[in-house]
Write a protein that binds this ligand. Sequence first.
Ligand code: IVH
Length: 703
Amino acid sequence: MYTTNQTKKLQAATISWLAEKDMVVNAGNIEELRDILRFHEYRYYVLNDNLIQDPEYDRLYKALEKYEEAYPASVTKNSPTQRVGAGLIKDFPKRQHLVPMLSLENSYNAEDLYDWDRKARELSGLDMIEYCAEPKFDGASISLIYEDDLLLTGTTRGDGEVGDDITPNIRQIRSVPLSAAFSSYGIQQIEVRGEVMLNKKNFEKYNAGLAEEGLPPLANPRNAAAGSLRIKDTREVAKRNLEAFLYHVSYITDSDHKDQTNDEPTTHSGMLEMLWQLGFKSPQKEMKVLKGIDAVIKHIEDYENLRDTLPYEIDGIVIKVNDLALQDRLGITSHHPRWAIAYKFKARQATSKLLDVEYQVGRTGAVTPVAKIQPVQVGGVTVGSISIHNEDYIREKDLRLGDQILIERSGDVIPQIVRSLPELRTGGEKIIKYPTHCPVCGDQLVKPEGEAVWRCVNINCEAQVVERIIHFVSKDAMDIRSFGEANVRKFYDLGLIKDIPSIYDLSGESLQQLEGFGAKSIENLLQAIEASKIQPLHRLIYALGIRYVGETTGKTLAQAVNNIFDLATFTDEQLKQIDDVGVKVARSIFEFFQNEDNTRMLAKLQAAGVVMERTKSAGFTEGGFSGQTFLFTGTLNKLKRSEAEDQVEKKGGKILSGVSSKLNYLIVGDDAGSKLEKAKKIPAIKILSEDDFLNMIGIAGDK
Ligand code: IVH
């Protein structure tokens, strides 16, 4: 998509825009600014390899937005600002597909594939066919139409003939280009098909948000993607972080060829390459061109093993005849194209028996029922217990003790109960009785009006205290490595910690008495506790475990204040002024800071040396690293790569993406490779170990 030279040029232009304190946008440079923003969207959303940080992108975006607001006539259809929709959509109009969206024939084993290949060879008269194999993405299918290089419509599959026009929602998917230079291939109008996906990480995040509200999670990323496309509030769609893989060109009208610089592809793999070149997330890297069906079968075996390592869900492999002219000759049956087939991986469902229900108390007092089931293998993992969310869920699924149940596990996603199998009941099954009192502290449970979960409201309930500590030290919160859930429970039971601030009172002496804790593990733990003191403010806010305050809200709140104690001075109304903070969230934050136990806890954390202030945003501080450039390579042991980079940026330094003469420091972790070799050849680069770096930023390393 972008050549090395273009990349260099755009990145250089980015740096010079960012160097301006007040960016001056005018008619002469606005297209450059748009190009820069498109470039960084592409780096982030298509390549997953961003060259600048979010605050920097936001500065550039806001400059464009400000100019376009002042000069509305300057707005173009494909300006990066034009993804954000007008808000609520009334209805999705129906739209007829240019070509019916057929489904594919399914196959489940090598025999099916041999059969299919034989028929294709017979029909074509060829001895061997060249195929293109690519992942079968497990999402929601869409069709996009581009005309004169601009995205015109985005439509759901619907019944295959007519779908819903969801264009405003499609525009929220940042990996879908608003414009693409199809004219350079002599194409005036094109229909491109693909799959909208929610990757596993974002799916889990989304479900965690639902759980926070006591709502049952969605069963799998496919349902989540399909549901997201039908949301009528485009801003809500944007928040889901959907992505789109485009894998099929179904229709093309040629242009007058005056801007044509490339030949129109004649193979399917060529089409994927073209889409990739034009900035789409096509499976250009994931596809494989293979000669003959035996090679395809071998490839499928290899790929199935990769399934769990992929960041998104796939449920099989799609095999397509690569030559487009041959595809045409093979044609379609009444249901399916003859030139493609889906190979479906083994289903990840199993049946088991519901033996018992246990109740867990979370950090906000929410009581979660957990089904204990007869251990069963699902997709290579043994499942023995499954969260069943809340009382309503149990009723809706009509679960009874002793029931046979169908369970599903999609990828590495948490297993779920799909349904009970009442047809297999013997009569001995028992209705599940929901507890009325906290299983840990015995207090009466309450269920506030309109909420789905029962709660223990005793803030000193031991279960909640322990869960709050576990949350505080967890990876996405203060990230106190090697602490972990098991140690929190152990230390709490032994009386070594009693609440969050007491983490910072842990000493070498108190830990020494513990069995299984050697000098090295004690040192690592204490070092991790020490390092957590300088975590950015947004992590601290998230770590406090305020109800409804997830990582994203943590970030928004951190941006709105200079110091955590500022939040305590905000009224409900002031909190609601903050982006993304609604009535419920505002109330929860307000109540948190009204509680004296909480303010006392914050004072103790401050006294322990935990940083309570916001450090200025990346790249613009006059810190000790100002003007210095850094690059990390290899595996770091004590800090995460992202944390180490945060530290550099917090101190005013810059992270570079590659080794060049502009680089000042290369920090080398384990198994460093070519970057280290390259850096050794440039004498001006200082090569440091992770410990050297830790010393440099003021966290004691090993030396
Ligand atoms: S090709 C006319 N390629 O699987 C053929 N489909 O029934 C167009 N799918 O409806 C489809 N990954 O939603 C194709 N790499 C891929 C795919 C894919 C997922 C979906 C698509 C289709 C269904 C097959």
